[in-house]
Structures are given as C-alpha cells and as structure tokens.
Design a protein around this ligand. Structure first.
Ligand SMILES: C[S@@+](CC[C@H](N)C(=O)[O-])C[C@H]1O[C@@H](n2cnc3c(N)ncnc32)[C@H](O)[C@@H]1O
Length: 339
C-alpha cells in the first residue's frame, strides 16, 4: 500500500504474492540454498547438484534473485545476506520448518474459498482446525513459529515472580501444541509440574520437546478434547496459548468456567496469543490475516480483542485482570486471578 491509498503497483504485488510463496517453497524443497552454501555456482552446476532440469533451474535461480533471496552476478548465483542463517538446513536458525506451516497447502486450501466463507460465516472445509488430530497441528507443534520461544519466555517472565509467593506451581497448558509455554515455566522453576493438554497425535510431538528441554519427568499428558477432558488435579496456573481464537466468545466463557473450577485458591488463568487491538487495522496486519484464517478454518472462531478476553475472564469469576505486552512481540497476554 502507499501512504495515500493503493496504486497499480501495490495491487500487482498482492496479485502475485502467491508466486513468491511457491518460489520459496520450491527452493527449500529442492535445497537450492544448501547447494549455494558451498559457494557461488552457475545454473548447470546447481542443476547437477540438485539433479534438476538445467533450463528450469536457470529460471528458478533468476526468480530467486529477482525476489532478493539470492544474488546474481551474470550467470553466477550466490546466497544473499541472511540466507545462510535462515535458509540453509544446517543452520540453528533455519526457517524451513516454519515455511512448511505458514506456507502450507492446509492454509492455502482454507484461504482459497474466503469469499464463500464470508458468504456463509464459517469454514466450508470438512477437515478443518477443529478436527481432532488435524495433521496441520502436528506440523505446527513440530516446527514452532517465530513468536513461540519469545512468547513462552515472556509468559515465564510474567508468571515467575508471582509464582515465588506460592507453595506450589502446578501448571495446566490447554491446547498446548508443542507445550513450550508450560515447559518454559518448568525449566525455570524446579517445583513446577505441567499437565500438557491437546489431541493425542500433537502430544506425541510435545513429549519430544519436553525431553529435549529436560523437563519430561515433571510433565503429564491429558489427551483429547479440551472441552471434554476430565481434570483430576488442581492447578496454580492455567495457560491458554493461541487457543481461544478458534471458538466463539460464548464457548470460550464455557471452557474458562470449567477450567476455573480446577484452579487453586489465588490461582491464575493466562491467555496468550495474537489479539487485534482497537485502532487502525493497518497497525495489526498479521493479527488480521490470522483472523481471516480462523474465519476460514473454524465454525465460529475469530481473533478476540483484549477487551473481549477481559470479559471472558471476568464472566468466569476471575479478578485482578491485566493485559500485558512486550515491544517487538506480536503476542499479548491477558491474565486473571481467582480470589
Ligand atoms: C494455534 S495452536 C496453539 C499451540 C500453542 N498453545 C501455542 O500457543 O503456540 C492450537 C492448538 O490447539 C489444539 N486444539 C484445537 N482444538 C482442540 C480441542 N478441542 N481440544 C484440545 N486441543 C485442541 C491444536 O491441536 C493445536 O495444538
């Protein structure tokens, strides 16, 4: 967009954005960046390394250079700044996993029929975000988003000092996915135990993360539907991370009430996730795009605002409600406590 509205250039960029998405996907799938990590190469060399068609490889490399993902010097191609860290598979910061999720066929299929979704007011897909063991959630739990680790650390920063004053730190993480929100608390506080709740296939992934982070001996698992699962313990902290936006506010209130019945006196419910705030939508682009995905992918889900989460927590009987955010982090945290 331009400052004063749209022009043909900005419209063209939107019309063609999907081509760069598929360009990135193809280059990662073929491991073009791994091939160029060995040094500058021409299309024939790259085609030989990748066992691809030389003519099509030249087109791919030129496309990647036109998008700034690699650099061209005549017929020699090399990695751009940042590509070594982000796009080469051996790098600890490799982003190919996130691309698998954010640029997945699952998301594409959901967004493809957006007009129809808007006509009807909810998902048109038989298999969608609310389907038990939806394979997308297994990928999501495996590959973590850019916001996952900083978000988990932020929650631990907020809960940690409060938890020092408590005798126990029993944590329930609902719709936990990878489980990192609970595991970050367990990693910081040896007293902490975590019940990690999600669909069974997703919990298999969470188990791997718990082991990797060295907290698995203090984690138990609650497989199944969060709305149905039986809670047999009481908790100091209950976390709902990027979960409630899959449901209408009325269902969020029902679930929060159920969870509050398993909260110890003085316990805390922590909602963390993308939340659009009042103000110009242009200031919250990613939240509004995620909102469209939730519209397209659930019966009644949408991104709730911090104001709505305040209402949800107070309807469930919680007080001391606080909204917290951290500069540079796209997630917000809304928490409330039981008297
Ligand atoms: C967006 S992910 C959030 C994962 C993690 N809490 C985070 O904040 O990154 C949503 C999670 O909710 C889980 N989920 C969806 N519907 C569920 C339900 N009815 N019961 C339990 N888990 C559910 C999905 O499997 C997925 O792991």
């Amino acid at each position: 967009m331009t400052e004063n509205g749209i022009d043909r250039g900005s419209l063209l960029a939107m019309m063609t954005a999907f081509k760069s998405t598929y360009l990135l996907r193809a280059a990662l799938e073929l491991r073009v960046f791994d091939a160029l990590a060995k040094g500058p190469a021409d299309p024939d060399d790259v085609a030989a390394m990748l066992r691809t068609n030389p003519r099509a490889t030249r087109g791919l490399l030129r496309g990647l250079a036109s998008a700034g993902l690699i650099e061209a010097d005549g017929e020699q191609f090399q990695l751009s700044g940042g590509a070594k860290e982000l796009l080469v598979t051996t790098s600890p910061q490799y982003c190919g996993g996130i691309v698998r999720v954010a640029a997945s066929d699952w998301e594409w299929d959901a967004m493809r029929d957006l007009a129809d979704v808007v006509r009807h007011g909810g998902t048109r897909l038989e298999t969608n975000a609310e389907t038990p063991d939806f394979p997308y959630w297994v990928d999501f739990a495996t590959h973590l988003t850019f916001a996952t680790k900083p978000g988990a650390e932020f929650v631990a920063d907020l809960v940690g000092p409060w938890a020092e004053g408590r005798e126990t730190l029993d944590v329930l993480d609902v719709g936990a996915g990878h489980g990192l929100f609970g595991f970050a608390l367990a990693a910081r506080d040896e007293r902490a135990t975590v019940s990690t709740q999600d669909w069974p296939d997703v919990l298999e992934v969470a188990k791997g993360h718990a082991k990797r982070l060295g907290v698995d001996d203090r984690v138990d698992y609650l497989p199944g539907d969060a709305f149905e699962v039986e809670l047999q313990r009481e908790y100091d902290v209950i976390i709902l991370g990027n979960f409630l936006f899959q449901f209408a506010a009325s269902r969020c209130i029902d679930l929060t009430r159920k969870l509050v019945s398993a909260l110890k006196p003085g316990g805390k419910v922590v909602i963390v996730g993308f939340m659009p705030v009042d103000g110009p939508p242009a200031a919250d682009y990613h939240a509004h795009m995620l909102n469209l995905l939730m519209l397209a992918w659930t019966e009644r889900g949408e991104l709730h605002s911090p104001v709505m989460y305040r209402k949800i927590l107070s309807s469930a009987g919680l007080a001391n409600i606080e909204v917290r955010e951290k500069p540079g982090l796209p997630l917000r945290v809304v928490s409330g406590e039981l008297a």
